[in-house]
Ligand binder design. Sequence first.
Ligand SMILES: [Zn+2]
Length: 172
Amino acid sequence: MTIELLFYTQIASILAYVAASFALYRLLVAKKDSTIELLEKHNGVLEAKIRALELQAPDVLTDALSRRIDSAKKEIAALSEDGDLHRAEIEQKKKDLKGLTNRLGVLQGILKENSLVCPTCFSIEASHDVRVTKMELNGQESDVFVGYSQYECGMATLGSNQVKPCPKSIES
Ligand SMILES: [Zn+2]
């Protein structure tokens, strides 16, 4: 083997090594990309779950409180049937009921203030998005972004305007 040949073989092997490293590097980057993509997808799923939970939580809370109020009422009714025997107990239960009713009121107030529930029937907000609407500002018509909310009962609001009334507000 001449020195020249040896030199070229070495160059070739170095080039092959660089090419292999580069391929490996690209493979790693691609894998990293797909890992990131997978993580992003996973994050998206988690975010959606959290959002669903956030929306559900007030509903679950108010339901649980309503159930407890119902059972407290039943207990009071049952105790009342026994008459004087349970007077103290009845008073305590009535106090509990008042406390529960207050808490439900506060909770519903919070939900109402944040427009998370229909103010008439307290059904939960089903969807919320932002819409563009024309509005007159300083004598000029311009596009403004307004929140559009739809509630499970059918009521819909655009900003502070009710565009579809709650079916329960029509009944009464
Ligand atoms: Zn409603």
